[in-house]
Design a protein. Structure first.
Length: 237
């Protein structure tokens, strides 16, 4: 039986004749998906330095399909083998690739000014909440109207704060000593991702689902038919 795993390569640049057209870009993200009856696998890695998919070892009995377009900024390849398990295929491909952290995909010099201003306000409000009468300070801050929901979510992905309330699943869990902010404004997926971050959208049993590049990782979002609000299905860590 032939087993396969799937690799998705994402980068903030366009492709031309299967070669990346370089400009101002972030490091490409490589996601590997696979599994069998005993285990499943998801891993995000820093792509090889040439910006292409990893080459299978010629002696490993692994072959790959041709690259196909998943979206404007995404390529997809399947790696298959008639003798190796899915996990053995994955192990061979990612042996020398560093894992991608949740912050590596964020380009520091492209941080919007609004995000920096928002962070300055949050720091001030958070530390002003600690006074002589209370050693614990505020349990959480309510979203300042001058801070967009997008800026708060981005700051949470940088590990600078933690999101509480109904939108807490949109951001990774962070250590307890950072400021905690409750997002009150309605959060729309389109505010956080670009159209070319969306790999696929489909409908099933009155539920729409989308596979999305979200802060450098692949995540699944869903919404009920007739609603404009998407919610993450996969854990954002």
């Amino acid at each position: 039986m032939i087993l396969c795993v799937y690799a998705l390569l994402y980068a903030e640049f366009k492709y031309h004749d299967n070669r990346p057209v370089h400009g101002k870009e972030s490091d490409p993200s490589l996601v590997i998906l696979g599994g069998d009856s005993k285990a499943s696998f998801y891993g995000a890695f820093q792509a090889p330095s040439d910006g292409h998919f990893p080459a299978a070892d010629a002696n490993s009995d692994i072959f790959s399909t041709e690259e196909i377009d998943g979206s404007e900024t995404t390529k997809i390849v399947a790696y298959c083998s008639p003798t190796l398990s899915s996990m053995e295929i994955i192990g061979s491909l990612v042996r020398d690739l560093p894992r991608l952290s949740r912050t590596q995909n964020i380009i520091s010099d492209l941080t919007p000014q609004s995000e920096q201003e928002c962070w300055n306000m949050i720091k001030k409000d958070w530390y002003n909440s600690f006074d002589a009468a209370s050693s614990s300070g505020a349990r959480e801050l309510v979203q300042n109207i001058k801070c967009s929901s997008r800026d708060i979510i981005s700051l949470a992905h940088r590990g600078l704060l933690s999101v509480t309330g109904m939108y807490s699943t949109w951001a990774p869990k962070t250590r307890s000593e950072v400021p905690r902010v409750n997002i009150k404004q309605t959060l729309f997926l389109k505010e956080l991702v670009l159209p070319n971050h969306i790999i696929a959208v489909w409908n099933e049993n009155n539920i729409s689902r989308a596979l999305v590049w979200y802060f450098g990782h692949l995540h699944s979002f869903k919404r009920d038919t007739g609603s404009t609000l998407w919610w993450p299905e996969t854990n954002i860590e």
